[in-house]
Write a protein of this length. Structure first.
Length: 507
């Protein structure tokens, strides 16, 4: 068998035996992460009712996973390049499954936030390793594009499987069951992966710089925390201090990478215009979408009164569109151009979000379903092509670090999106007029209002629910408009920044 560490100089090396079976294990890891991310949205109303978090705690439950994973992705991607991507993938998957149990049995908001943070540590090992292994297993550019398309399609399929499976579980079991579904997936991944995945690593890795690891973690979390708190509560001395600390840590991190003989992240990667443009497009796209997606499940359940399983089915068009687009994205980009596919996909998502500004409590499913389908198609085209651009721009030995940059942009965008757009929803929601005697928790979240209404008289309960739902929908509509502006602006920027960028067509 030809080593994956050597250049592909023969047909056998290019067409590596067992590569598609190995890919099936990698996409299983992607499925694990995607399912976990999507079921949380469905479980949020139940977590709110059981653990009674404040509005701020609820946002932390939603975004602390992204904060931690964003801060550690570069470090874990670089670690995989050094100790072996197979080793870190299988170790991370085992930890992911074990920590899922802690999520399932959390008894307080604080414990739930801690469990989500620990899950972020484990999750940071998975995504960079999967993409890096694809880069080292598939040497033929066209096959690699298809493999990346399947990788992205599986992530999108997970966004469909998660809500449907989660909805079924929530209707028959307690909310913690949605996290326990990670265990059988993790078990299959580890057992099959041990036998089928090839090991690959940088043959000349150099030391793993712990100072850089600490700086990247402190920097990302400090900056994102400051943005989140400033958006929610305005600028305070604590917020400014956190932001300044984060910015200083990131500045030190960048300067340190430029002086190290073997940096944690080679900053020269960003000199490649296509690489930088793809990373920026991913970050802004997720930022524009994620806040809306996080609150959409609550809208379907708590505003329109759908059961969890029905709400999961209602979100299916987005996944179907993303799967279909991801499988043909590479071929389409080669036939037309990278910038046409990426910019067109982003513009489609932006227009779909703009349509959702018309949302009301009684909006029919044809509008919702069509908008979600367009979002899925646009995102499927854009994310698949940008992932291909990022992987193609770097040597195989740096695949883990480059993949980590891509995933960091994704997770950072998700955290910022939930923080900024989520704060828009929460800020509009909190100001709704309520009848006398309304508990303060009703103004923290829509789930809190539904719970408060259960202990009030019929007329007061109806007034409370009506006002709370109207305010929530107003906030959701405003967030959709903000997301549309971000996506359309990103589409224009991508058109210029990706000028002349092409996917390799060699075979």
């Amino acid at each position: 068998m030809t080593s994956t560490l050597q250049p592909a100089t023969t047909t056998e090396a290019v067409k590596r035996p067992g590569r598609w079976l190995a890919l099936s294990v990698l996409v299983l890891a992607v499925l694990l992460v995607a399912v976990d991310a999507t079921v949380l949205g469905l479980a949020t109303p139940y977590i709110s009712e059981d653990l009674r978090p404040t509005g701020t705690q609820l946002l932390w439950i939603g975004d602390v996973y992204s904060f931690v994973i964003a801060g550690l992705l570069v470090s874990m991607g670089s670690l995989g390049d050094r100790i072996g991507r197979k080793r870190i993938l299988l170790g991370g998957a085992t930890a992911f499954g074990a920590i899922s149990v802690l999520n399932a049995y959390a008894t307080t908001p604080e414990l739930m936030i801690l469990a989500r943070a620990l899950l972020g540590v484990a999750g940071a090992t998975l995504m960079p390793a999967t993409l890096a292994l694809i880069r080292n297993i598939f040497h033929d550019p066209r096959e690699r594009s298809l493999a990346i398309g399947i990788w992205g399609a599986t992530a999108s399929a997970g966004t469909a499987v998660g809500p449907i499976a989660g909805g079924f579980l929530l209707e028959h079991f307690w909310w913690g069951s949605v996290f326990l579904i990670n265990l059988p997936v993790m078990a299959v991944l580890v057992l099959v992966g041990i036998r089928t995945l090839p090991e690959s690593r940088n043959p000349h890795p150099g030391p793993w710089d712990l100072t850089s690891v600490a700086l990247s973690l402190i920097g990302v979390i400090g900056v994102v925390y400051a943005v989140k708190e400033a958006a929610a509560h305005g600028f305070t001395w604590a917020t400014l201090a956190a932001g300044a600390l984060g910015a200083a840590a990131l500045t030190w991190f960048v300067r340190r990478q430029l002086t190290l003989a073997t940096p944690l992240l080679d900053m020269r990667l960003f000199r490649n215009r296509g690489f930088s443009a793809a990373v920026l497009a991913d970050l802004l796209t997720i930022l524009g979408m994620s806040g809306l997606v996080f609150f959409l499940s609550q809208y379907l359940q708590l505003v329109q009164g759908r059961r969890p399983f029905e709400a999961g089915l209602a979100e299916l068009p987005a996944a179907v569109g993303a799967v279909a687009a991801g499988l043909v994205a590479g071929r389409t980009a080669r036939r037309f151009s990278v910038r046409a596919v990426v910019s067109g996909g982003l513009a489609a998502v932006g227009l779909a979000l703009a349509a959702l500004t018309l949302i009301t409590e009684s909006t029919g499913y044809p509008l919702l379903g069509t908008a979600l389908l367009v979002v899925g198609v646009g995102a499927g085209f854009s994310f698949t092509v940008t992932a291909d651009v990022i992987l193609s721009a770097v040597p195989k030995d740096q695949a883990g670090a480059a993949s980590a940059v891509s995933e960091t942009a994704y997770e950072l965008g998700a955290a910022l999106g939930i923080a900024i757009l989520g704060t828009i929803v929460t800020g509009v929601y909190r100001g709704f007029p309520s009848p006398p005697g309304t508990p303060s928790g009703a103004h923290e979240s829509l789930g809190g209002a539904v719970e408060a209404a259960q202990g009030m008289s019929g007329t007061s309960a109806q007034q409370l629910l009506s006002a709370a739902r109207d305010a929530f929908v107003d906030g959701l509509s405003l967030a959709a408009g903000a997301g549309a502006i971000v996506l359309l602006s990103t589409a224009i920027a991508a058109w210029f920044m990706l000028r002349g960028q092409r996917l390799d067509s060699a075979s």
